[in-house]
Structure formats: C-alpha cells, structure tokens
Design a protein around this ligand. Structure first.
Ligand SMILES: [Zn+2]
Length: 247
C-alpha cells in the first residue's frame, strides 16, 4: 500500500497527530459543556491508554501473589474478588480509552465508557472486601454492616451513573469521594484515600489542565498500589514456602 494511502486509512486522531507532529501539538482541548463529555486531544488519548494499560500485567501478578499466599478459604475468596477487580479496573479502562482513541465505533465507545465508570465503583467496593472478610469488626459495631453497605452504595452509584450519564456530574464526584474515603484507622488506607481524593481534582479538570485525565489515572494507580501493599502486608502473611527459604 502506498504510504499516502496508508496514512489516509488511519483513524482520524492519528492523522491529526501525524500532520501536526512535532510542532503544533494540541496539549488540551476546550472544556466540555456541562452535559457533555470532554474530547481529549490525540496525545491525551495516548497518555490515557498508556497510564492504565501499563498496570494490567502487574495487577495480574499482584493478584496471583495474594492467591499464592492464601492459607484459608476467606483469604482465597478475598484474593479472587480483589484481584479480579484490580485487573478489570485497568483492563476495562484501557480498552475503553483505546476504542475512544480509534474513534471508529461510537456505540461500543459509549458502552465501554459506562463500563469504565461502573468499574470504578466495583473496584472501590472490592477494595473493602479483603478487610471486611479477614478483619471482621465486632458484631455490635455499626461497621459490621459495612460489608453489604459498600456493595449497595456501589450499586446505587452504578445505577445513578447509567441513568444520568454525563448529567449531574457533581453528584457523581460525591459518590466517588464518599466511597473512596476510608472508614478504618490504618495509615496506609488514609494515605491511599488521600491520593484518591487528590486524583478526583484532576478527574474534574479536563480541558483546564493538559493530561488531566491521564494524571487522574496515575492517582488511581498509586492509590491502588498503596492499598494493595497494605492488604498484602496486613492480611496475607508470607506463604509457608516463602518463609522456608529464609534459613
Ligand atoms: Zn480513564
């Protein structure tokens, strides 16, 4: 295929990038209208794909480490639920941003966008799961109701988001913040929650700050990392096989 023909067969965002490279790169677009979604520039699209795509592999490995260290069925199930949510959170986001960038299939993009937003709620609820499964609070404590409460909240968040897609965005932010702030005293969880809350600032800054969405992705990934190591350290002691190698 001649080069010119090949270029014209590329998706629109690629063509824009190729024709403007290396000068005149658009670092950000106009802010979206209140009831519309922000449209990233080509370089922003690429950053969005990379900043979540790079964590799919490490997430699979991280989930497998938890599985390997599981000594009880509670640990096993917590590892399965949390590990799957971790991998899916990054995978769904990466597929969504790739399809969005390619710009060919609007319907698939819409579907994946909803899936991407829904995954964040599932991911936050799943992050509570190992703690509630492996560190049950006393039965008379209100926190003992949390194990079902977080899933109900996540479900409400998803339902709300499916119905009011791209409307009432501040309410959506409230859901994220509420579910993202932690209820326990562990410093790691506080720090993870703080990263998450800081990230929401960038989540809201599309079009005001270049790469705002990619920065939000990095905050999500760092919060997930901090949380993962807290789970690994506090809830999953090293497997017997690992200890044996120490002497
Ligand atoms: Zn994203």
């Amino acid at each position: 295929m001649p080069f010119v023909e090949y270029l014209s067969s590329l998706p629109e965002p690629f063509k824009q990038l190729c024709s403007s490279w290396p000068k005149d790169i658009r670092w950000k677009n106009e802010r979206a209208k209140p009831d519309q979604a922000y449209v990233p520039t080509a370089v922003e699209h690429i950053a969005n794909v990379i900043t979540h795509g790079m964590w799919i592999g490490p997430s699979i490995y991280a989930g497998m480490v938890l599985l390997r260290r599981s000594a009880t069925w509670q640990q096993y199930w917590a590892a399965v639920v949390y590990g799957m949510a971790l991998v899916l959170c990054f995978a769904v986001s990466t597929v969504f941003h790739s399809v969005f960038f390619a710009g060919h299939n609007r319907q698939l993009k819409e579907l994946l966008h909803r899936g991407d937003r829904a995954m964040i709620y599932v991911f936050i609820a799943a992050s509570y799961f190992p703690w509630l499964m492996l560190r049950p609070l006393p039965a008379d404590h209100w926190g003992s109701e949390l194990w079902w409460l977080v899933w109900v909240l996540a479900l409400l968040g998803i339902l709300y988001q499916q119905v009011f897609h791209e409307r009432y965005k501040s309410l959506e932010t409230f859901f994220y913040l509420f579910l993202g702030s932690d209820f326990s005293g562990l410093p790691e969880l506080k720090f993870g929650g703080l990263l998450y809350v800081l990230g929401v600032f960038f989540f809201k800054s599309d079009g005001a700050i270049p790469f705002a969405h990619a920065i939000w992705h990095l905050f999500v990934a760092s919060a997930a990392g901090v949380h993962y190591f807290a789970i690994l350290h506090h809830l999953y002691a090293a497997a017997p096989g690992d200890i044996k190698t120490n002497y």
